[in-house]
Design a protein around this ligand. Structure first.
Ligand SMILES: *Cc1c(COP(=O)(O)O)cnc(C)c1O
Ligand code: SF4
Length: 349
């Protein structure tokens, strides 16, 4: 039952017992709209006896994806509004996204770029577009950091990645290169010496932001892949999406953040789910999210605390939306402690 190649079609989902034969036509309709891929490591992790398995929910297509809500949009975080040249998104002054590739080793059913990624998506940047993207970075000395995202940049061959890194090495004002990826979790065997050498080939400080949403994703193989990266001098941070039915309970979130810290991955962002088309079954309210995040504060180490983030629809960037400990009323400031107790600040005596 354990695949050695990614599962990509409704037929393969049925053959591997991830979709019941009678559901195949509905899944076919989803497949015509959005890309499907489940890597062997993730397929092996799915508990086929659990109808609500949190790994399956992230990767196995669901007919609910065909229900599009009025507030959902094809470009939920407004990438296109801030794209000066193909493949570059420049929203904040000191950093740009470089989207060299639009394919991923898995396709997350809640993906915020689901209209752009996949075999039918925006593809890989042409050599000419790549030249223009590098010319843009070189021509903007305020760019201190280049963030490779996509798609998943670590699906590129070490040779292609090293080429990109060697080009970045020639741009003096770029000091940091960050890679946003799911590869260490979903294809840990890919993190080998050649890949690590490629990530370091720019000579710049390298950060890897690992995307994972459930503690079970941090398998021994995934932890070993992260250890190879960290031992090589790459700093790792996490990013997760808060998802209904996957990680929206205090135990799961706490276990996920602890698993990151144990793996030397510093929790960075917990994203409120974006308004991507056909993803309403994954969304919870901001109030529910704030209550969950508030619950982490007293429960687990400060090392394990992520920042709760909303990417404002329309391209306005990220906002920190964590629970507010401070309340003002009638000129009086009250601060709440981790048990919910309220205290006037400054204290009256
Ligand atoms: C999310 C994002 C970044 C990175 O933001 P950080 O807060 O530095 O992690 C940069 N550029 C764009 C366009 C983004 O959407
Ligand atoms: S890995 Fe990232 S870009 Fe790729 S499908 Fe998942 S969320 Fe989307």
């Amino acid at each position: 039952m354990n695949a050695i190649r990614p599962i990509r079609t409704p037929g393969e989902l049925v053959e591997t017992c991830l979709v019941a034969p009678e559901d195949a036509p509905a899944i076919q309709a989803v497949a015509e709209r959005y890309a499907i891929a489940i890597s062997p490591a993730m397929a092996a992790l799915i508990d086929r006896n659990d109808p609500n398995d949190p790994i399956a929910r992230q990767f196995v297509p669901d007919p609910s994806e065909l229900t599009v809500m009025p507030e959902e949009r094809a470009d939920p975080i407004g990438d296109l509004a801030h794209s000066p040249v193909e493949g570059i998104v420049h929203r904040y002054p000191d950093r740009v996204l470089l989207k060299a590739v639009h394919v991923c080793p898995v396709y997350c059913r809640f993906c915020f770029r689901r209209e752009m990624v996949g075999p039918q998506g925006l593809g890989t940047l042409s050599p000419e577009a790549m030249d223009q993207a590098f010319a843009y970075i070189a021509g903007h000395p305020e760019i201190w950091e280049v963030i490779l995202t996509g798609g998943d940049p670590l699906v590129l061959s070490p040779r292609r990645l090293a080429e990109i890194m060697e080009r970045l090495s020639t741009i003096d004002h770029v000091k940091i290169v960050r890679f946003h990826t799911r590869v260490p979790v979903v294809e840990p065997e890919r993190v080998n010496d050649a890949l690590i050498a490629a990530l370091k080939a720019s000579g710049k400080t390298a950060y890897v932001a690992l995307h994972a949403n459930h503690p079970r994703e941090l398998t021994p193989e995934a932890r070993a892949a992260c250890a190879r990266l960290v031992d090589a001098g790459i700093v790792m941070i996490s990013q997760s999406v808060l998802l209904k039915g996957i990680n929206d309970d205090p135990d799961t979130l706490a276990a996920l953040m602890r698993a990151f810290v144990e793996t030397r991955v510093k929790p960075y962002y917990l994203h409120h789910p974006d308004l991507a088309p056909g993803t309403s079954h994954f969304r919870l309210s901001i109030e529910e999210g704030q209550a969950l995040v508030a619950g982490l504060r007293g429960r687990i180490s400060g090392l394990c605390q992520p920042t709760y983030i909303l990417d404002i629809p329309g391209g306005y960037g990220k906002a920190v939306i964590g629970p507010n400990a401070i309340r003002e009323s009638d000129g009086c400031t009250t601060v709440s402690d981790f048990k919910g107790g309220e205290h006037v600040y400054p204290p009256s005596e």
